[in-house]
Design a protein around this ligand. Structure first.
Ligand code: CTP
Ligand code: MN
Ligand code: MN
Length: 545
């Protein structure tokens, strides 16, 4: 290959642009500019090409591209970056190639190189089910999965209730991409992988060739999608309400606010009032600080209590949309009565804003009824509290908080009064069930629910509203609850379908059941859950499928 092309040979120079990673429009514009400036452009890779211009990072990637059509880079050609071409267009002539514009022979990469033979082997042995594969948060095909996940999200929002098959197909494809041990550079590498259909392949080719997919770009630009995303990001709003809002002609959250809260749903009223807070991602430090307080308070009420931060944080995420905490106790049944007292204790520390407690609705015969495996069919029957807590701003910056005045959130390790300790007094439980519950039903109309959240949200405050889920599981169901509440959602969905199809068993957050024998398979550890499922143990950090 030529060393450095000298400036001034604009007449003999002939430029070929490798289309990979170029936006179609940009490529066309560059070709036009070349002709305008009187510079020669080659439509095909002829031997007289002197400059091969590419967006690739290294010569070997360019070689791979040509090899697909049995071509080679001409001996005399320099392989250069697009920046060189831009410089030429600016100068209206062929300019000298700067050393920074010469593509490196081989991409310097920390990623393990996988040979085509190894890729083939990998695809042949690729586990069929997502619950059999490792999927880390950091993987090699992020650009591709984020494109595919836009299509998934769009399908989820658009498709009629309960029809998630389209969305699921996209999810399966992105889940495969997340587990691949190599970075996909052309769709050929996906040969033999069953969950990647033609539609997804087109999207992937688009992203690989042009840097983005036109279908994805269209969705992201669409007003409908933008509104649906905005509306469904309000606590309590699902796709069907969001659609109804759009049909009413609502453009933004102000329109929803103006209308008050017609449904009377406390989640929507508080979700709207605290929209900004709730849409700032919860950081890991905050989540841990809060779950430590929950642990302290729960320990005072019920010594020996087991408190686990679950959800995305347990899978290693550094941010989340909420804090999920699973509580249990080594003695089955001892956990009963804990939740209302825990809410009261957290409330005393000034940490609770509003929430709703759901009673335990588990009965073993429920298991033998509905067998829905839709994207939403993941609801369980645990006693739980779903609400909004007040996280002092010092939670996110724990070091600074020492200097500030002692506050509600910095008391002795345990604020629980003796009367809150485990007790058989059920009237106490009853009265505490009302604590921090929305008061909508008590007032006629929805005045209270309208005014209260907005008033509190607008007043000066030193805390952030954060979504919190507290779940109570008896020890006999704990490890299944742990798997279920660790997620990811797709991991659960896949594991449940796998259990049904491959083993004829029903998996839920309550247990694993043989429906014919009407028998549960109990587990004393997460490992045992996996072994009952005849699955290799997958670490929580590898369940991000
Ligand atoms: N889950 C569940 N039952 C529910 C709600 C959630 O079993 N009623 C499970 C979900 O399948 C998920 C986990 O609990 O695996 C946590 O749910 P969620 O907070 O919605 O998701 P995260 O993965 O924690 O995502 P984020 O970080 O955004 O909070
Ligand atoms: Mn979560
Ligand atoms: Mn949650």
């Amino acid at each position: 290959m030529a060393e450095v092309t000298q400036a001034g040979d604009s007449k003999t120079a002939k430029v070929f642009i490798v289309p990979v990673k170029f936006q179609k429009k940009r490529l066309e514009d560059m070709k036009k500019s070349l002709s305008k400036k009187g510079l020669q452009y080659a439509d095909t890779l002829s031997p007289d090409v002197t400059h091969v211009v590419s967006e690739c990072e290294s010569v070997d990637q360019v070689e791979k591209y040509f090899a697909k059509s049995g071509q080679k880079i001409p001996e005399a050609a320099s392989v250069v970056s697009t920046q060189w071409l831009i410089d030429c267009l600016k100068a209206s002539k062929i300019v000298e190639i700067k050393s920074s514009q010469v593509l490196k022979e081989i991409k310097i990469s920390a990623k393990p190189e996988v040979s085509p033979a190894e890729e083939n082997e990998c695809n042949r042995n690729f586990p069929e089910w997502a619950c059999q594969r490792k999927a880390k948060l950091e993987h090699l095909n992020k650009k591709l999965t984020s494109a595919v996940e836009v299509l998934q999200e769009f399908a989820e929002l658009r498709d009629s209730n309960q029809d998630y098959s389209r969305a699921l197909a996209f999810r399966r494809a992105s889940s495969v991409l997340k587990s691949l041990p190599f970075q996909v550079q052309n769709v050929e590498q996906l040969k033999g992988l069953k969950d990647i259909g033609e539609h997804v392949k087109t999207v992937i080719s688009d992203v690989l060739d042009h840097g983005s997919s036109s279908e994805v770009e269209e969705i992201l630009k669409s007003e409908w999608f933008k509104k649906m995303k905005l509306f469904t990001s309000v606590f309590g709003i699902g796709p069907s309400t969001a659609k109804a809002w759009i049909e009413r002609g609502w453009e933004n959250l102000d329109d929803a606010q103006k209308d008050g809260c017609p449904s009377g749903d406390w989640r929507i009223a508080w979700g709207l009032a605290f929209f900004e807070d709730l849409n700032v991602p919860v950081g890991r430090i905050e989540a841990i600080a809060f779950s430590q307080i929950v642990q302290e308070e729960a320990e005072c009420i019920l010594p020996g209590v087991i408190t686990t931060l679950v959800g995305g944080f347990r899978r290693g995420k550094s941010q989340g949309h909420d804090v999920d905490i699973l509580l249990s106790h080594p003695t089955d049944g001892a956990e009963m009565g804990l939740l209302p007292k825990l809410i009261a204790a957290l409330g005393k520390r000034g940490l609770v804003l509003i929430g709703h407690k759901e009673k335990n609705s588990f009965r073993s015969d429920i298991l033998y009824q509905d067998f829905k495996l839709s994207a939403r069919g993941q609801l369980d029957h645990f006693e739980k509290w779903l609400g909004i807590c007040k996280f002092p701003k010092s939670f996110s910056t724990p070091k600074i908080s020492k200097k500030s005045k002692p506050e509600i959130n910095q008391p002795t390790p345990c604020t629980t009064d003796t009367d809150l300790k485990a007790t058989a007094d059920s009237s106490l439980d009853e009265s505490m069930n009302e604590l921090y519950e929305p008061k909508a039903k008590k007032t006629k109309g929805s005045e209270a629910i309208e005014l209260e959240p907005n008033r509190i949200s607008a007043a000066p405050r030193d805390w952030l509203a954060r979504r919190v889920d507290l779940i109570i599981a008896p020890k006999s169901q704990y490890y299944y609850a742990l798997v279920g509440w660790t997620g990811s959602k797709h991991f659960n969905r896949d594991a449940r379908l796998y259990a049904q199809k491959k083993l004829g068993l029903k998996l839920t957050s309550h247990g694993l059941f043989n429906l014919e024998k009407r028998e549960p398979l109990t587990a004393q550890s997460e490992e045992e859950v996996f072994s009952h499922l005849k699955l290799p143990y997958i670490d929580p950090a590898d369940r991000n499928c």
